[in-house]
Write a protein that binds this ligand. Structure first.
Ligand SMILES: Cc1ncc(C[n+]2csc(CCOP(=O)(O)OP(=O)(O)O)c2C)c(N)n1
Ligand SMILES: [Mg+2]
Length: 378
């Protein structure tokens, strides 16, 4: 017997949990302007996230998938992208979307059950949320294939969860990307859980990054709570993809500090000690500690930033809550160039139930009950 293939998986971390910087860090580690911008967005998305949960709890938003703890894995990825790259998210990557210019009011609109929220005013070619697990992998590979065929120097960046890597579409996506050397980066956010299934039960593989080996593409693991390492790793993968070097699979190790969604109660299946331990590794405190060591951050600036973020989020909430309700016609429009008779009849019926008024009526101030499972069908 002889060995015909061997592989190793590298792990990248520059900032440890206490905010100490390792040797060999990239120039980003001393670029305080960029680091402060990243910290600002990470704080903004955490503020937004807490507010969205409160809105759902008070019946003003549908089911919402918190991104608490994922801020570095979101902002670090988006910060590495070019504006004309295309982001293909799952349902939780609000930090990446907000960095790319998606309005917080759009996010709220969508999760309030209003599809107009998917019509982004910025990042217009980015994809909207994808709830069927792993199907977005094929969208991401397809976008990259289009860029390659058109000879455009653009890349797709596709997110997927740890649970999603067990789906067939995950392998199909990385396989075609490898076979055609597509300009694609796939980021696995390994947050330890797929609803109530822990990673130990999800797979026997030691790392999710090594799943890349089956597709013949590079796979790397990164500390997903270290924004410097995430941005650096994604930047390298994007540079390779842009210069014709093909795709990369990046596993970002983080932790889902929240319930799966607002329709879930993780205390029923998760050891609170595990969550407590995970809080010691969370991304905001480590970047803050590092910024303080660099003497570009202090408690006064922290308080000012928190107030600024709260004001920005409140303005987005006001915009969301005062948005006129969509017409019932919206459910039927944009599906067919020539709608079939059955849909036209349903459209009429819906108009009648809407009280004959198919235009603006009411607002988003009551989106079902707090335990409402819509719109994502998780
Ligand atoms: C094809 C499909 N199967 C099942 C579900 C139900 N479902 C919603 S979220 C989820 C778990 C996903 O876990 P993971 O990929 O780790 O992402 P995370 O929620 O942790 O970000 C499942 C099974 C779904 N949405 N789509
Ligand atoms: Mg997960």
């Amino acid at each position: 017997m002889k060995t015909v293939a061997e592989f190793e998986i590298k792990y990248c971390q520059f900032l440890d949990a206490e905010g100490n910087l390792a040797a060999g860090a990239p120039p980003l580690a001393t670029d305080t302007g960029e680091l402060l911008k990243m910290y600002r967005y990470m704080t903004l998305v955490r503020t937004f996230d807490a507010k969205a949960i409160n809105l759902q709890r008070t019946g003003k938003l549908g089911t919402y998938a918190s991104c608490l703890g994922h801020e570095a894995a979101h902002v670090g990825v988006a910060a590495a992208m070019q504006p004309d790259d295309v982001l293909v998210p799952v349902y939780r990557e609000f930090g990446a979307q907000i960095w790319r210019g998606v309005k917080m009011s759009s996010i709220l609109l969508y999760w309030g059950g209003d599809e107009r929220g998917s019509n982004f005013t910025a990042a217009r070619e980015d994809f909207a949320w994808c709830v069927p697990i792993a199907s977005q992998m094929l969208h991401g590979a397809g976008v990259a294939m289009a860029f390659k065929i058109k000879g455009e120097k653009r890349c797709s960046v596709t997110y997927i969860g740890d649970g999603g890597t067990s789906e067939g579409a995950f392998y199909e996506g990385i396989n075609v990307a490898g076979a055609r050397a597509l300009p694609a980066v796939f980021v696995v956010v390994n947050n330890g859980w797929a609803i109530s299934v822990p990673i130990e039960n999800q797979t026997a593989t030691k790392t999710l990054a090594q799943k890349a080996v089956a597709a013949g593409i590079p796979g790397v693991q990164v500390d997903g709570n270290d924004p410097i390492a995430v941005r650096h790793t994604v930047s390298e993968a994007l540079a390779r993809a842009r210069s014709g070097g093909g795709p990369t699979l990046i596993e970002a190790l983080t932790y889902r500090l929240s319930d799966h969604t607002t329709a879930d109660d993780a205390s029923r299946y998760r050891d609170p000690g595990e969550v407590k331990e995970a809080w010691t590794r969370e991304p905001l405190s480590r970047l803050r500690a590092y910024l303080k060591k660099l003497r570009v951050w202090d408690d006064a600036r922290e308080e000012a930033l928190k107030s600024e973020c709260a004001r920005e989020v409140e303005a987005a909430v006001d915009e969301y809550l005062s948005a006129p309700k969509p017409s019932t016609d919206e459910m039927f429009d944009h599906l067919f160039a020539h709608p079939p008779q059955s849909l036209l009849q349903q459209r009429e019926l819906a108009r009648r139930y809407a009280g004959g008024d198919d235009t603006a009526a009411g607002s988003h101030r009551g989106v079902g009950s707090p335990d409402d499972n819509s719109p994502a069908g998780h």
